[in-house]
Design a protein. Structure first.
Length: 102
């Protein structure tokens, strides 16, 4: 019984701690990125309002769609996490807690 529980508890512990760290860091970095992007957007809008620059919204929309099209790469990561269910479950719980704390 110990031979079965020890690796399981190890996976649960490591997964939970890793998820907590990743979730916390993601929230902190996400807030910083959102702040920087918001300030940049406001600056560009102010320059466009003054007539200093012209913004090509069509090209901007195409670029955003291209960038967010790369998000599909993350699907492979989640597939491998599901393969290791105990680790994945504890990672997701830890990630959720990290996001709530962050």
């Amino acid at each position: 019984m110990v031979e079965v529980l020890t690796p399981l508890l190890t996976q649960l512990g490591v997964g939970g701690i890793a998820g907590l760290c990743v979730g916390y860091a993601l929230m902190k970095i996400g807030r910083l990125v959102a702040l920087i992007l918001g300030i940049a957007f406001l600056g560009l809008q102010a320059l466009a309002y003054k007539g200093i620059i012209n913004i090509n919204y069509t090209a901007l929309e195409e670029w955003v769609n291209e960038v967010f099209g790369q998000v599909g790469i993350a699907e492979g990561i989640f597939t491998s996490l599901i393969g290791n269910l105990p680790f994945a479950a504890s990672f997701l719980v830890g990630f959720y807690l990290g996001v709530k704390i962050g």
